[in-house]
Design a protein around this ligand. Structure first.
Ligand code: FES
Ligand code: FES
Length: 160
């Protein structure tokens, strides 16, 4: 048995220590925000925060998570009371099929917890590992700008 800390709660899990975190979140803990896209660390659909940094949960085995803090989309609020980042994605309608969006939100959350005043170039570089096959990138960037403002900051123009 391995005890994970997910969204602030201790979660005992009976699984092989090599099981990827994504499978445990979805299959054992009923946390379905993170999605299975490629399973190879190449798309970002499965992005969660581990110790406040974005991570591809399809690549992280349970054994690597002892004593570490996992956060998922479900930890950022409720549908009725969403946090600033998910609320901003909704306000900007930053989804088409929506498959990438939980991962996008978690990646954006990590950046905006570190700084609410990133430059446009920093936002684009930070978000780059997460792919969107529907091409909603411009709306996603607008959502990140809106969230930065909602959190008391603002995305700055990049120096040219
Ligand atoms: S499912 Fe994890 S990076 Fe694609
Ligand atoms: S909205 Fe469809 S993959 Fe991004």
């Amino acid at each position: 048995m391995i005890t994970l800390t997910v969204n602030g709660a201790a979660q005992p899990v009976e699984a092989d220590p090599e099981t990827p975190l994504l499978y445990v979140l979805r299959n054992d803990l009923a946390l379905n925000g993170a999605k299975f896209g490629c399973g190879l660390g190449q798309c970002g659909a499965c992005t969660v925060l581990i110790d406040d940094r974005p991570a591809f949960s399809c690549l992280v085995p349970l054994a690597a998570l002892v004593g570490r803090k996992v956060r998922t989309l479900e930890g950022l609020g409720t549908p009725e009371k969403p946090g600033a980042v998910p609320a901003s994605f909704e306000a900007e309608q930053a989804a088409q099929c929506g498959y990438c969006i939980a991962g996008m939100i978690m990646r954006a959350q990590a950046l905006l917890e570190r700084t609410t005043t990133p430059t446009e170039a920093e936002v684009r570089a930070h978000m780059a590992p997460n792919l969107c096959r529907c091409g909603t990138h411009m709306r996603i960037l607008r959502a990140v700008r809106r969230a930065a403002a909602a959190m008391g900051g603002g995305v700055r123009e990049s120096a040219s």
